[in-house]
Each structure stands twice: as structure tokens, then as C-alpha cells.
Design a protein around this ligand. Sequence first.
Ligand code: ADP
Ligand code: ZN
Length: 672
Amino acid sequence: MYKYVLVLVDIGKLGTKTFSYLVPDELKDKIKIGQALLVPFGKNRKIKAYVVGFSNYLENGIKAKYISEILESEPLFSLEYLKLLEYVANYYFCDIQTVLKTALPQKFFEKNLKKYRKPNIENKIFNVGKKEDNILSNAQQKVLEDIEKIKPKNALIYGVTGSGKTEVYFKLIEKTIKEGKNVMFLAPEIALVSQLTIRTMERFGVDSCAIWHSSITEAEKYEVWQKLRKNEIKILFGARSCVFAPISNLGLIIIDEEHDSSYKQSMPNPRYNATVVAQKLAELHGANVVAGSATPDINSYYRAKNSNSLFELKERFNNQAMPKVVVVDMKSERIDGNFGIFSRTLIKNIEDTILGNKQVILLINRRGFSTYTQCMSCGKVIECEKCAVPLVYHSKDNSHKCHWCNREIKNLTKCPDCGEENLENFGVGVQRVEEIAKKFFPEAKIARLDSDSLTKKNEHIEILNAFKNGDIDILIGTQMIAKGLDNPNVTLVGVINADLSFNLPDYRSSERGFSILTQVAGRSGRGEDLGKVIFQSYNPENIALLNAQAQDYEAFYENEIEMREQFDYPPFMKIVRIILSSKNEFRAERASLEIAEKMKQYIETQSLSEKIIVLGPSVCVLEKIKGEYRYNILIKNALEDKGHEIILRFLRTVILPNDIKMVVDVDPVDII
Ligand code: ADP
Ligand code: ZN
């Protein structure tokens, strides 16, 4: 029998922490992992705590107290669940408490939950009808049958936009439910979750579905959590954090748009990738995983191709034609005297589309009004004091915002350096596109959708519904509108600056750019009429842009995989990125030099310098954020899990002074 029970408590600002308690003998065999207890804490206080383990030793030699009582005898999570969190903590180099904090709704730690009303999100937002099953096309049927043949199932569906991947998912879901098992359905963005949610609920009924993502309240999460534990939910829908929902009896995980980088949490810890965690979760449950995308992640495609788990839908459903994509060279527009942000081709096409009662999507992958503000008297570019990046002007609330730390200056009229009232905005953001579009097309109904326009909770759903109902002629937005929209009346998609996504100094920028352009192109022509797409570019010779124009993923993949192999990038080598930062530039640099040096020596002593390569340190592309100077070290590893374990073993030995912070990002989605 154990001596102490380890419990998790919420200690306020600092997050959650585990403590040891004694258990009265008569309760010892009643305590289970995941149970809620009441424990004495501090002076005369009793708080809620969750059982996460047992031990015979006391850490720190602090005298342990007895628990007060068992609050709920039914556990809220299982041992299996803790194993998943342990895996995440270990793989992503952080402690399990951080993972638990991400995973558990904060409401878990409140003593009295009665005051929360029973949530009813599904019916509140949607008016869900009932739809019958579609009959699969031959191509869809073949993919379905092929997937069912492989065991264990870990399939990737590469299907062009509009090829009917969702219908294949539905059949797989249906089958899983028939076998008495439950389904987790992951999708990357809120807006997309909603569209897919409606379709799924129409098919499988509102009552068997639940939603789990960042925009539902903690009280709602807690409610869903309880239902999941009682096995009352058949399909759980959600974004990234959904992989931590305590789903029981899991049979299938669907990962839609699996390439999407929002599956990866880049900040803060745990910097996990939900697609990786989903694989592990499936493994623990003996469940299947089926991922899908029109532009698969290069690594996933490589893996699937080499393990006979790649399935393809190369044509659109119903033999619908792929949209026709035109690249407009903006350099020649300028030579012809058009210095505006709309090319003549785009203007003409927008006019024709609206006259024909069809709808338009315009993509500009940049928030705010402009890209930077400069003083025309002294030349100063207005920057964030804490981050070495320009502040971005937002016209809606007349403010200059930092997109990195969210600091803002309201009503800036004078240059902070020379005091002159001579500020000018340069570059194009989504708000400027909206403003100019309203001037060009005064008759058209225009709406904007980006993360800044979402002030009300369900605003994006309202905008998307209005667009679907034809109440909006032109929808302008950032990458939010590039995915998932299935609106048959859209026949024109315009990309204002197709070069933007390619310009980041990052090894994945081609992949990201190709993916966004191909995805947004895929929103066009999903009805009876042929779709058209216009990419405006200052660099129309860019290969990835041309691949996107041809909507040829395989050609893109062939180029990209060659580059990755040549330069030792994933999937050929795994990357761990270490960022060291400090308010003191010199100390940040010195610490990173020391760590890189020690790391190199450590690898050397293991005779692994060929297989594990330490690069750097170098100054980060974003060299200063929130007042901290940043240096990074990249570690490339050709030994998969074994190499990863060696890297982590070294990192555990690193001890840093208080003024230096270390971030470890495993499999980073960018390295800027
Ligand atoms: P994807 O997810 O690959 O982009 P969707 O599943 O959204 O494609 O399918 C594109 C369109 O074709 C949708 O409007 C969908 O309803 C329709 N569709 C796909 N498969 C079928 C089918 N078997 N029967 C009827 N309609 C279908
Ligand atoms: Zn800032």
C-alpha cells in the first residue's frame, strides 16, 4: 500500500502544482487517479485537488497533512489519460503540471459548480436540420475500401479541394459509431469547426455531438467533460486542445486539414502539435487515425507515401472542374501606370462577378491597415519599444498595435522622435483593402473577416452565414477565409499579394505559401460555374507560386522534398529549436554560446556529430520581443526518437541564471 497521495491543486497565478498528502487508512483503497479531493491548504483553508499519483516518499521533507475528504468518487480522468499527458510533457520538454494546466478546464478547481447553467451551445448557434446520407462516388468508395483494408489504420487522404474528403470521413465515422465506439474530429480553426460542425450535426444528430475549442466557456468545457466521462458523446469536435479532452471508448480520430500549423501550439508551453498527440492518443486506445488535406504537410505526405498509407482523391466531386488560375504581374501594372493595389484584371473580374450575381473572396494575408508607419520628416519608422518590429496601424480604433506583444498606442499623430505631425502609412493590410474596395465598388456589399474583426463571440459565424446566404458580395479576409469555405456561389478568388507568404526567412515558407494559395484557390468554382482565381504577384517566376497556380501538389512536393534532403531539414532530420533570451543582450548571447558549445561537446563524446548537428547560436530573425533579446540554437537530429532522447537528456542538465530564459521548441513550425 502507498503512503502518500500526490494531488494537483491550482495555486493561482503560478498555475497548478502537485503536493503530497497522507490518507486515513480507512480511505486508502477508495482513492483513485483522477478523483476530486478536498485537502487542507495553507492556514485554515480547504481546497479542491485531483489525484495524479501515489508515492512512498515525501519530497522536500515537508510534513504532510491528511486529506479532508473525497469530494467526488467518480474519477474525472484516467491513468491512461495521465500517460498521454506524461508523454506530451516528456516529448515537448516541459513538466506535467504545465500540460495538466492546458488540459484541464480551470473550473475543475472551483469547489461549487452548481451556479453554472447547463450550456446549450449547439442549438443556440445553429438551426440544424436533418440530412440524409450521400451515396459515395466511385473514387470516394475506393478510398474508403482501401483505408478499411489497412491495419492498424493510420491513413492520409490527399484529396484536392472539393474532392469530397468530408463525405469519406462521414462514412468512417458512421462505421465507428455502429461498432459502439466514439470519434474525435479535429479541425484547425474556429470558423472551420463551425461549418464542419453543422454538416456533421445534420448527418449524425445534434445530441450525439459536442464541441471543444478555445471559444467555448470553461463552464461548458466542464459540462462536456462530464458527459465524455459518462460516455454520452459520440462525436467530439474540436481544435488543437481537443486532443486533451478525456474521450472514452475512442475508435477513430479524424484530422481535417492536417497540414495546418495552428495544430501546433507555438506559445506558451506545452509547445505541442495536436496531430502528434492524436497519434499517441490513438495508440493508447487502439484507435484509428485518418488525416486529410488538399495540401498535406510535407512530412506527413513523405511518411504516408513510404508506408503505404496514402490515399488519393485527385478529381473534384462530380467531375467539377478545378478553377482556372491567372497570375498577374504587378511589376508590369506599375509600368503601365497603375500604382493601386488592385490590378486592372482583378477589378474587371470583380465587376463581372458581381454583375453576374456571384460572389468574391479577396485574400490579403496581413492584419491591420498598413504594414508600417513612417515619419516623413525624420524618417523614423514607428516601432514597438519592447519588440524590434514596426507597429501596425489599425484604422478601426485609430491605434498602432504591436502584433507580437499586443501593446498599443491610441491616436498617434506626432512622431515620437522629432515631434512633427508628418506620419504616413505604408504597405497594405486587410483593413486598407477593405477601404479601397468600398471606394471601387460602392454598390457592393463588402465584409471583412480577420482576427481583429471578431469582437463578438459568434461574429465569424454570422459573417459566414451572411456570406453563405448571399448577403455579402465581397468577403475580404486574412488566412482565416482561405480554408474550409464551401460556398457554391463563389466564382472568383483574388489574392492581393501572393508573395507575402513566401517572403519569411524560414525553411517552411514555401510550404506555407503554396498551401495558403492552393487552399484559397480551392474556394472558387464549387458550384455549377467554372471558378476563377487571380494571384497578384511581384515575383511571378517563383516556382512554388507556379505550382500553386497549376494546383499541382505533387510537383510542389517533388521540388520541396529534394530541397529538404539537400539541406537536412524534416522529414530527413528532426529539429529542436532552443531560444535563449534576456533583457541583457550580452548575457543572452553569452549564455547561448556556452550552451551551444557544451551541447556540441556532449554530442562529440557520444561520437554522434554526424547524426546530431548543433547549429548556432544566431540572433533570431525576430531579435527582440517583449524587451527580451533572443538567440537561437538549432539541433538537427537524424536518429528519430533515440536522438531526441539524447538531446533531452542534455537539456535536463542545463542550469541557467535567473535573468536568462530558455524555450525549447520541439518540431517547430517556424524558426524565425
Ligand atoms: P473537401 O472536403 O474534399 O473539400 P467536400 O467533402 O466539402 O470536399 O465536398 C465538396 C462538395 O461536394 C460538398 O458540397 C459536398 O456536399 C459535395 N459532395 C461530396 N461528395 C458527395 C457525394 N458523395 N454526394 C453528394 N455530394 C457530395
Ligand atoms: Zn511589442
